[in-house]
Design a binder for this molecule. Structure first.
Ligand SMILES: *Cc1c(COP(=O)(O)O)cnc(C)c1O
Length: 353
């Protein structure tokens, strides 16, 4: 590709638009701020180590017994517990490319990674099932997948789960579940009773807008939940985080209205990107994946120079979070400028499709 030309002379940007972390663009609702403020009066005390109120609220919300819910300092803490439970020397099967934290955790905890390449940006569940051996203790499935945004339906998950031995845990990471607008009911939780080796991970970091407070949860069989709770650090979820999460559950209707705005932006931004000639798989999350190949790095640098921060995977693609409409407009303006200057042929050759 040609050397990327600089942004328009005289262009300046006062703000950095962070579209690299899949955060909610919305600040906390007043009730959330109030819950955090109220619990801040007691920070000389340790928080409730059992996260009792939040656990009960989540159990009620999902129609399960509280002993099937584990709360953690972000779902990443619970993923860590899952890899810890697998234990050093075990193997974890997961798709690649997927969430970057899986190989990091595996590496830290001495778990061997068996990565199965995505097929057309989607989990290749048949091959993943083939790769399960006697040493495989866990399979992680990110659904919708980060960074591609692609979704596996329940029928395919069910067919996969039928092939997994009951001794192997399946961790279904549904961090972006609330952004799914295809009919899939309660997601992995619908499969729960039939597959006791399935655990479903959710988070308050994305749709509920509490990334900075660190709180996520997992639902699974009581026996597995008990083991995972033992693996997490005591007092890891702060009182402000616990109270804010309880408040967020009570405000779910308002928060899900915000989610619907993000879904509308996802449709709008993807359509604009396709019209520019970019290859963008249909996303069911709060981000889009631009399969740019060797253009990924230069495109990411271009956006950085105009104050737009993306997640760049060199040689593969970039992931852009859906921000406020104004953030997304700024991104689309940068996309257009880049395309016109550096790749005017794309529209006619469809090279990025
Ligand atoms: C953002 C994200 C999480 C959430 O992590 P937290 O620790 O709950 O903030 C989990 N899994 C995936 C795939 C994610 O992208």
């Amino acid at each position: 590709m040609r050397e990327a030309a600089g942004p328009t002379a005289g262009t300046s940007h006062a703000v950095t638009r962070t579209l690299s972390r899949n955060e909610s663009p919305h600040g906390p609702l007043p009730d959330i701020v109030a819950a955090v403020a109220a619990s801040s009066r007691d920070v000389n005390r340790y928080p409730d180590p059992a996260c009792t109120d939040l656990t009960v609220a989540l159990a009620r919300r999902h129609g399960v017994e509280p002993d099937r819910v584990a709360v953690g300092a972000g779902s990443c803490a619970l993923l860590q517990a899952v890899f810890q439970l697998a234990g050093p020397g075990a193997t974890a099967v997961y798709a690649w490319r997927s969430f970057e934290y899986y190989p990091i955790l595996a590496g830290h905890l001495g778990v061997h990674s068996e990565r199965v390449p995505l097929a057309d940006d989607v989990h290749d569940l048949a091959t993943m099932a083939d790769r399960i051996t006697a040493t495989t203790r866990v399979v992680v499935i990110c659904n919708p997948n980060n960074p591609t945004g692609t979704l596996l339906g329940l029928d395919r998950l069910r067919a996969f789960l039928d092939r997994v031995p009951p001794t192997c845990l399946v961790a279904l990471d549904e961090a972006y579940f609330e952004y799914v607008d295809e009919p899939m009911g309660t997601g992995g939780l619908a499969l729960h009773d039939r597959y006791p080796n399935l655990v479903v991970l959710r988070t308050f970091s994305k749709a509920y807008g509490l990334a900075g407070l660190r709180v996520g949860y997992l639902i699974g069989a009581a026996r597995i939940v008990a083991s995972l709770r033992e693996m997490t650090l005591p007092f890891a979820v702060s009182a402000p985080a616990q109270h804010a999460a309880v408040a967020a559950l009570a405000l779910e209707d308002v928060l899900l209205t915000r989610v619907r705005q993000t879904i509308a932006e996802r449709t709008r931004v993807r359509a604009a990107l396709l019209a520019e000639g970019f290859a963008v798989p249909a996303s069911q999350a709060n981000f889009l994946w631009l399969r740019l190949g060797e253009n990924a790095g230069p495109f990411g640098s271009w956006c950085a120079r105009v104050g737009i921060e993306l997640r760049v995977f060199d040689g593969e693609g970039v992931r852009v979070s859906l921000g406020s409409p104004s953030d997304n407009d700024a991104f689309l303006a940068a996309v257009h400028q880049w395309r016109v200057r550096n790749a005017p042929e794309l529209l006619t050759t469809g090279a990025l499709r």
